[in-house]
Design a binder for this molecule. Structure first.
Ligand code: COA
Ligand code: AMP
Length: 629
């Protein structure tokens, strides 16, 4: 595909004739009732279409003769298990589990919270909800009970689906006690808790609402697909915002299917029948879109990998999976490749595997630093594609057109806007900026199909968080700039969100947890550069007068509180006790400057600072950290 012959005309058509463009894409899918209206006055896509996402992902392919093709490869080095699920087998299992859910009272529009590790039952549960027209809300297994409780209270699910345990590199983590704790904390009580028992650990099913997955399946009847409207929600996926309350991103059925189907071909260059591997977790948007829905809707085989890039058993794990399943395109966070690079700097393990079928490597979820990009290109000899997107968009906003990578890539940039997205860089006052000028990355409304419908039961939060800053635009929360050649550079979040190992976390939420400690008068959490995880949180706290707490004890207690309330993935390891926090005269904590000092970057002392000498405390903390490292 060449830039001038393909990308530009495709992009320009998506801008000049969006309705014709997306009508064509919609026509590629098997709707129950094909949409007549592409974009209505409320800027909703395909509003009069009817479909079922599970039908598009499974039944349709079985009807088209793909029944024997592998839909899902389950590869679990942590349990030494491999399974192959054909489209037929997966369809049958999903239809039956949908019957089991229906027997528990779950129907169209009901919510179901899914808290499962990376096992096929996670995909089965998601697809079974889709089959019934129910709305799933998957919660990443690394989140602590409190986080699960917050999501249960917001989504108000009829059922919660979990497993007896998750298996990490060196430990078995019992899930059921965490679910019990979350339900005890939550105000909303689900009618049913369905538990998939794994051999590594048996869960106690004592409560009246507890059910054993396998037992329910023994008597369940397979059910068909419920037709839903295009804009009925398929799922709610919670993501971090600036406050302690996560935001429930709502995804539709129709626009989602159209956008994902398009992306498989345009962004990922796949053909039906080939194997695609997103090395993420179903708890994140990458897992929703590119482990489950997109590969299946498009007719690919998808890999569901329960392991890590390293230590399961070594840094050759990714290459082994690519070789074993003849993966055409693999997608992971840069963190994963940084971890591999650290363990296998010369790429010796790469040479042990036949990667002749692997055509492209994709990275997203956080900034792809040029060093990781160069290392991966050099040692794999494959084109590496950086692409930028968010939970809210559900699919890539900016990506290198397939086939262009070798010639057009500029390390550090996810290259060009994907057809459908009109990206503009805006100043604080909403003026469009020139190439080279850094500002807020905004997307002109309407967003293309597949992007969020809103925030679950909170239209104000959607409006205030995304639409109010720049009327007529969606504000991404990322800052960046275009260069003269139209390459976008994403420079990081402009809000209090940090990216720890590709996991999006809210520093505001961590501050809320830390502030509950009886000895803490005030605190600020900022992201600090980390060689492997990209960013890790660092907390600065001011202790209340006369509290007489021992600093080391306090630090340990705060670290434990974050683990217990948010989860181990938050990775808070450093807490500094300071006398002052730098603030503006109006009392706003200058987190950006704190972060710059912490990361050894140059910074300007803002003219609005109340007490410039407060920056010395931060600088002293940095010195202390360096000395202790
Ligand atoms: N369930 C329960 N606990 C989990 C978990 C899960 N699904 N995932 C992670 N955790 C825990 C880990 O056990 C660990 O706990 P510990 O502090 O008690 O050891 C903690 O959360 C941090 O885990 P992780 O972020 O995985 O760090 P790590 O140091 O164990 O591994 C990497 C480092 C780089 C290998 C790992 O972060 C990784 O694979 N990153 C890629 C992330 C990714 O794919 N992100 C996707 C978004 S697209
Ligand atoms: P999430 O919603 O968890 O997918 O996280 C989205 C955020 O991750 C974005 O808003 C960016 O800050 C960051 N991000 C994702 N992909 C990239 C990328 N390719 N380059 C830079 N930042 C990225």
């Amino acid at each position: 595909m060449s830039f001038a012959d393909h990308y530009l005309p495709e992009y320009q058509r998506s801008m000049s004739s969006p309705e014709a463009f997306w009508r064509e894409q919609a026509a590629r899918l098997p709707w129950f009732v094909a949409p007549q209206t592409v974009l209505d006055e409320q800027q909703q896509w395909f509003a009069d279409g009817e479909l079922n996402t599970c039908y598009m992902a499974l039944d349709y392919h079985v009807e088209q003769g793909r029944g024997e093709q592998v839909a899902l490869y389950y590869d679990s080095p942590v349990t030494d298990t491999r399974e192959q699920w054909s489209y037929q087998r997966l369809r049958d299992e999903v239809a039956k589990f949908a019957g089991a859910l229906q027997a528990q009272g779950v129907g169209r529009g009901d919510r179901v919270v899914i808290y499962l590790p990376m096992i096929p039952q996670a995909a089965i549960a998601m697809l079974a909800c889709a089959r019934l027209g129910a709305v799933h809300s998957v919660v990443f297994g690394g989140f602590a009970p409190h986080e699960l409780a917050l999501r249960i209270d917001d989504a108000e699910p009829k059922a919660v689906i979990t497993a007896s345990c998750g298996v990490e590199i060196d430990k078995v983590i019992a899930y059921k006690p965490m679910v019990d704790k979350a339900i005890a904390e939550a105000k909303h009580k689900p009618q049913a808790v369905i538990v998939y028992q794994r051999p590594q650990c048996q869960a106690d099913l004592k409560a009246e609402c507890d059910h054993d997955w396998q037992q329910l399946m023994a008597t369940a009847n397979a059910v068909g697909c419920t037709a839903v409207n295009s804009n009925d929600p398929l799922y709610v996926l919670y993501t971090s915002g600036t406050t302690g309350k996560p935001k429930g991103v709502v995804r539709d059925n129709g626009g989602h299917a159209v956008a994902l189907n398009y992306s498989m071909q345009y962004v990922y260059g796949m053909q039906p029948g080939q194997t695609f591997w997103a090395a993420s977790d179903v708890g994140w948007v990458v897992g929703h879109s590119y482990i489950v829905y997109a590969p299946l809707i498009f007719g690919c085989s998808s890999v569901l990998y329960e392991g890590k890039p390293i230590k399961t058993p070594d840094a050759g794990a990714f290459w082994r999976v690519c070789a074993d399943y003849q993966v055409k395109a693999v997608f992971a966070a840069p963190t994963a490749f940084r971890a591999i690079k650290k363990e296998d700097p010369q790429g010796e393990l790469i040479k042990q595997y036949d990667l002749s079928q692997l055509e492209r490597i994709y990275m997203a979820g956080e900034r792809l630093d040029p060093a990781t990009y160069e290392w991966t290109c050099e040692h794999t000899a494959k084109p590496v594609y950086d692409h930028w997107w968010q939970t809210e968009t559900g699919w890539p906003v900016c990506a290198n057109p397939v086939g262009e990578a070798a010639q057009r890539v500029k390390p550090g940039s996810p290259t060009f806007p994907v057809p459908g997205y009109q990206i503009t860089i805006l100043s604080d006052s909403g003026e469009p900026l020139k190439p080279g000028e850094q500002g807020a990355i905004a997307i002109k409304l309407p967003l293309p199909p597949g992007c969020l419908l809103g925030i679950w039961r909170n239209p104000e939060r959607y409006h205030d968080g995304y639409l109010a800053a720049f009327p007529g635009y969606y504000s991404s929360g990322d800052g960046g700039y275009f260069d003269e050649q139209g390459y976008l550079y994403v420079m990081g979040r402009t809000d209090d969100v940090i990216n720890v190992a590709g996991h999006r976390l809210s520093t505001g939420e961590m501050e809320e947890v830390i502030a509950t400690h009886r000895a803490v008068a005030e605190c600020a959490v900022v992201g600090s550069y980390d060689e492997i995880k990209g960013e890790v949180p660092v907390a600065f706290v001011i202790i209340k007068n006369q509290m007489g707490v021992e600093q080391a004890t306090l630090q340990q207690q705060l670290i434990e509180m974050i683990r217990a309330d948010i989860g181990a993935i938050a990775c808070l390891k450093h807490v500094y006790v300071v006398n002052r926090l730098p603030k503006t005269r109006s009392g706003k904590i200058l987190r950006r400057v704190m972060r710059q000092i912490l990361n050894g970057e140059s910074y300007n002392v803002p003219s609005t600072i109340d007490d410039p000498s407060s920056l010395d405390d931060i600088a002293a903390a940095v010195v202390e950290r360096k000395q202790s490292a």
